[in-house]
Design a protein around this ligand. Structure first.
Ligand SMILES: *[C@@H]1O[C@H](CO)[C@@H](O)[C@H](O)[C@H]1NC(C)=O
Ligand SMILES: *[C@@H]1O[C@H](CO)[C@@H](O)[C@H](O)[C@H]1NC(C)=O
Ligand SMILES: *[C@@H]1O[C@H](CO)[C@@H](O)[C@H](O)[C@H]1NC(C)=O
Ligand SMILES: *[C@@H]1O[C@H](CO)[C@@H](O)[C@H](O)[C@H]1NC(C)=O
Ligand SMILES: *[C@@H]1O[C@H](CO)[C@@H](O)[C@H](O)[C@H]1NC(C)=O
Ligand SMILES: *[C@@H]1O[C@H](CO)[C@@H](O)[C@H](O)[C@H]1NC(C)=O
Ligand SMILES: *[C@@H]1O[C@H](CO)[C@@H](O)[C@H](O)[C@H]1NC(C)=O
Ligand SMILES: *[C@@H]1O[C@H](CO)[C@@H](O)[C@H](O)[C@H]1NC(C)=O
Length: 730
């Protein structure tokens, strides 16, 4: 497993910037690809209108569903299975009613399976009413729970997207009945610890806020809790991944109309920190509810240009009425739920009912979805994306511009709302260059449904070495964080570009084309090499650089946890470069040039900050130096220098006569459960002829006035720095 090599180098704007690289995970099975399959992707290719997405793995998909309790005792559960480019054989089983049905769904189509009201969960104890859907190929599955038109729909998550920690969101208004259900797919025995917020009666006992309920679920078992109290913030921890559903058996909307509302929840692992939220249907009374998992989560809500800041604790929440589009940014991951609730009269329907959905984080998503609508509703699609142009979207293989649509912009995101009419069956939406998230919803007289898609866990960057070429997949969000577009990603031969597939930019690297070269090392091994670049358009400045290397005749996949995000600064006319260098000793003569760098836990790291310029009158000051598991993230960050003041007790400084240099050292430390860290520094550059300059001030308490005029600033970073004992790959 040593025939791998890959790292990422981020350069920006002529500054010497960060080196950021990779750690590697497990090796998956590789598939065989031949060189003839390598497409020559350039601008001149005809626009493709369809791209089925295959997730990693053998293609098989499993889902678990629950028919949650509704005040309508005759609630039916309709499962709709939607296929893409492969026909599917799908089996639906429910142990409770010994139900088992196998359906064949041809490619590019859909099929429904109706489940009777007997499987609706009305018991307050564990039952084997969990519905398991097993498909032999990639499919999407939607669940509509309904009785007399009342109900809601959800897009089911495949088992691999389930998690072990969830929080119950809020959607309550008075007089509603809250409920949530936890279901196990195929795990043997899953222990649940439910930390109650509110009040739950279970097994004849009362559980109040802070009490724990322990439940064990076997295969295809489900437990449901209902309460008339507010259960918001109830936390579910499990020993293996489970599916969690939340909702109200009877939800009263603001206008008094009521309906059961349901949604499958996303585990804490897939929560996000940036959301552009647009009211569906131009509503002005919908409810969004923001919930945090970590103490001290700072949430900024920007509404019509005004930002309000709040701090949330674990399981605490803030509820907002969505009068217009807003953006939400948080310091740590949050979950946002959305209750569509008023029922304004429309020209096609006099009044309609509420539904519940989740708000997917706006920076993730895929570039292709298949979804399902039912013709008893007037259905709509809302797309949230970072593109301001309608061209490039294809809905059911026709340009989006051929539909009637409305568009709104907020915080750099655009919402496209399209009327689908009373349509039935499968739909697909695709964009060649942008990822996006979607909402699908519909209304009819006193009815409605809605669900969202796109809250997918991002896959790590991976390199797959095949016999005639390699495939590298670069997560879209890393590209977007570097402020680059799909067409900016290419190989040594700039004609060989990347192609967006789901949430990754896929680069096919034929060994005989695209600038690939064959090289031999001193041990007699031969490697194919190429480099992936992310280039700022019309420049030769690379913000992403990933050398790839495959040993001749080897088939393997390497997954990297690439954590870098661009650390950019603005150059003022390019008169100087700022760099951060790490050294192995206090002689500052042995720079560390390769990342990730492995260091011992008890060693010392030597840091030099330098402003490179011919102007000897410049000075540099390290204003903030911190270390964190993410290059940019503030999460778990540890301050080494703050406001120019030394924070870390092991910090030592090394005075120099040249004011353009600043040197210091500190003991390496370790974060629990984090293999590597980045070091990032905010530096100030001053001119020493300016009388009151920031560099001359040095350490300042946060209340002292800072002289920030006549100075420049920059952020430089290096990493990851790995602790060697933890990172021996076997
Ligand atoms: C998929 O089905 C739709 C409607 O049934 C049809 O218009 C479209 O051409 C089909 N696409 C493919 C690629 O088979
Ligand atoms: C409830 O369970 C959580 C998670 O296992 C634990 O941290 C907490 O101490 C428990 N609380 C009580 C009151 O037992
Ligand atoms: C939303 O508002 C826009 C302009 O105000 C209007 O053209 C559009 O029809 C509205 N959309 C819906 C779904 O009502
Ligand atoms: C929230 O806003 C404050 C003040 O504008 C800012 O300092 C902080 O970085 C913001 N936090 C997030 C998570 O966006
Ligand atoms: C990372 O930090 C840089 C510089 O402060 C900023 O421009 C960029 O938007 C940040 N990226 C992310 C993903 O937060
Ligand atoms: C690579 O995979 C192909 C097909 O799976 C196989 O025929 C070949 O022997 C493999 N090569 C190596 C070096 O494992
Ligand atoms: C900054 O770095 C660039 C690229 O290495 C170099 O060409 C340039 O001369 C440097 N500028 C200064 C002022 O050192
Ligand atoms: C500025 O720095 C240069 C080089 O270190 C030095 O020669 C000069 O005297 C300094 N000027 C002032 C005003 O401190």
């Amino acid at each position: 497993m040593n025939n791998y090599f890959g790292f990422m180098l981020l350069l920006c704007c002529g500054w010497h910037l960060s080196l950021a690289a990779t750690t590697m995970n497990d090796v998956n099975d590789a598939e065989q690809t031949t060189a003839t399959e390598m497409p020559n992707t350039t601008f001149s290719l005809p626009v493709e209108t369809r791209r089925c997405i295959s997730r990693p793995g053998n293609g098989q998909r499993k889902f678990v569903a629950v028919s949650m309790y509704s005040y309508h005792s005759n609630q039916i559960a309709d499962l709709y299975i939607v296929t893409c480019d492969k026909a599917a054989t799908v089996t639906v089983t429910i142990p409770y009613s010994s139900f088992s049905k196998t359906v064949y769904v041809s490619r590019n189509s859909s099929a429904g399976v109706t489940l009777s009201s007997s499987i609706m969960v009305s018991e307050a104890y564990v039952t084997n009413k969990a519905v398991l859907v097993t498909s032999d190929v990639e499919v999407s599955v939607f669940l509509y729970l309904h009785a007399s038109g009342n109900g809601d729909a959800m897009a089911l998550l495949p088992l691999e997207d389930l998690g072990t920690e969830y929080f119950i969101p809020c959607s309550s208004t008075s007089g509603s009945y809250k409920e949530f259900a936890v279901a196990n797919g195929l795990q043997e025995n899953v222990q649940l610890t439910i930390t109650v917020s509110g009040q739950i009666t279970y097994n004849g006992a009362y559980y109040y806020t802070g009490y724990n309920i322990s439940v064990t679920l076997g295969r295809q078992q489900v437990i449901q809790f209902t309460s008339s109290s507010d259960l918001t913030g109830t936390r579910i921890l499990s020993t293996a991944p489970v599916a969690v559903f939340s909702g109200h058996s009877q939800f009263y909307g603001s206008s008094g109309s009521y309906e059961p509302i349901f949604e499958q929840l996303h585990p804490v692992r897939d929560w996000g920190t940036f959301f552009a939220i647009f009211p569906l249907f131009n509503h002005t009374q919908d409810i969004v509810d923001i919930i945090a998992a970590d103490p001290g989560t700072v949430v900024n809500v920007t509404d019509l240009g005004k930002t309000t800041q709040r701090t949330l604790q674990r399981g605490s929440h803030v509820q907002l009425t969505l009068k217009n589009e807003i953006t939400v940014k948080s310091s740590k991951p949050i979950m946002i739920s959305y209750v569509f609730q008023d029922s304004k009269s429309r020209n096609f329907v006099s009044a309609y009912d509420p539904f519940l959905t989740t708000v997917p984080p706006s920076l993730l998503g895929l570039n292709y979805y298949q979804f399902y609508t039912k013709n008893i509703y007037y259905s709509f699609l809302m797309i949230i994306s970072q593109t301001s142009s309608v061209s490039g979207f294809y809905l059911d293989q026709k340009p989006l511009s051929s539909y009637s649509y409305w568009v709104k912009e907020s915080g750099g995101f655009w919402a496209w709302e399209i009327s689908l009419g009373k349509s039935d069956g499968r739909h697909e939406i695709y964009h060649k260059y942008f990822t996006f998230t979607i909402y699908v919803y519909g209304v009819e007289s006193y009815m409605s449904y809605g669900y969202s898609m796109g809250q997918e866990p991002p896959h790590p960057a991976s390199l797959q070495c095949l016999s005639r070429g390699a495939e590298y997949s670069l997560p879209y969000h890393l590209m977007a964080a570097a402020n680059l577009k799909v067409l900016d990603i290419h190989l040594e031969d700039p004609q060989c570009q990347g192609d967006l597939e789901g949430s990754a930019v896929l680069l096919k690297i034929p060994f005989t084309q695209c600038g690939s070269t064959l090289q031999h090392d001193e041990n007699g091994k031969s490697y194919y090499k190429n480099t992936i670049y992310g280039t700022i358009p019309n420049t030769n400045v690379h913000r992403i650089e990933v050398p790839v290397k495959c040993e001749l005749d080897s088939n393997q996949t390497i997954n990297f946890n690439l954590l870098p995000q661009i650390a950019s600064s603005v150059s003022r006319g390019g008169h100087f470069n700022v760099s951060l260098k790490l050294y192995k000793s206090d002689s500052f003569t042995d720079p560390i040039t390769e990342f990730p760098v492995e260091v011992d836990l008890h060693s010392i790291l030597y840091v030099e900050l330098v402003v490179e310029s011919h102007d000897k009158d410049l000075q540099i000051l390290a204003e903030h130096v911190r270390s964190s598991p993410l290059l940019n993230g503030t999460e778990k960050s540890y301050n080494i220098i703050q406001h120019g003041c030394l924070q870390d007790s092991t910090l030592q400084t090394y005075p120099t006569t040249d004011r353009r240099l600043q040197r210091f050292s500190f003991h390496v430390f370790k974060y629990k459960d984090v293999p590597g860290v980045y070091l990032s520094c905010d530096v100030v550059i001053c001119h020493n002829r300016t009388s009151a300059n920031r560099c001359a001030q040095g350490c300042l308490s946060s209340r002292q006035k800072r002289h920030i005029h006549n100075s420049d600033s920059a952020r430089v970073a290096a990493g990851p720095i790995l602790l060697s004992k933890l990172n021996r790959f076997s």
